[in-house]
Design a protein around this ligand. Sequence first.
Ligand code: GTP
Ligand code: MG
Length: 170
Amino acid sequence: MSSLSLREVKLCLLGDAGVGKSSLVLRFVADSFNENSESTIGASFMSKTLIVEDQTFKYQIWDTAGQEKYRGLAPMYYRNAAAAIIVYEITRKQSFEALKHWVKELRQFGPSNIILAIAGNKSDLESQRQVSSDEAKEYADSIDALFVETSALTADNVSYLFEALSKRLP
Ligand code: GTP
Ligand code: MG
């Protein structure tokens, strides 16, 4: 007997400008990539249905803008979110430090039971790596977050990120 159920999941993406939040969403939702991706203004919304182990997840995705001037808008998008993906780029250490600030902010002002995933994006740029997988994994473990290195460019691990996140939802 299979029990098919539909779950609506409000998800928000956070992280520094240029780390690839919109690109990850575009890869997940439309399986495409734009190398001239424009910096997001305010936030953008997309939805996508995903089936994982007989459960249907309808993701309502808020892709926030990473630029500093939009920072104050973030609470509108993480409020009531069931999950957040916080993105950094493996090629820029500073974006990993910024991620830690987002985690602190979520801890302080976000939903108490929010499920967290950390995505180390641009894994295709291995030769420019500044953040080791071990360091990021250790940090993710310390805050009980899922950790995945992704590439929106090659699509590596992007589906996996959303599937693994789905399995963590209560
Ligand atoms: P904001 O909207 O300003 O917060 O930025 P963002 O995080 O949405 O970044 P966006 O997806 O717009 O990507 C920024 C740049 O990085 C674009 O030129 C993308 O084409 C590029 N990019 C995104 N993901 C990848 C990736 O996995 N690998 C490589 N090599 N480039 C990527
Ligand atoms: Mg964007």
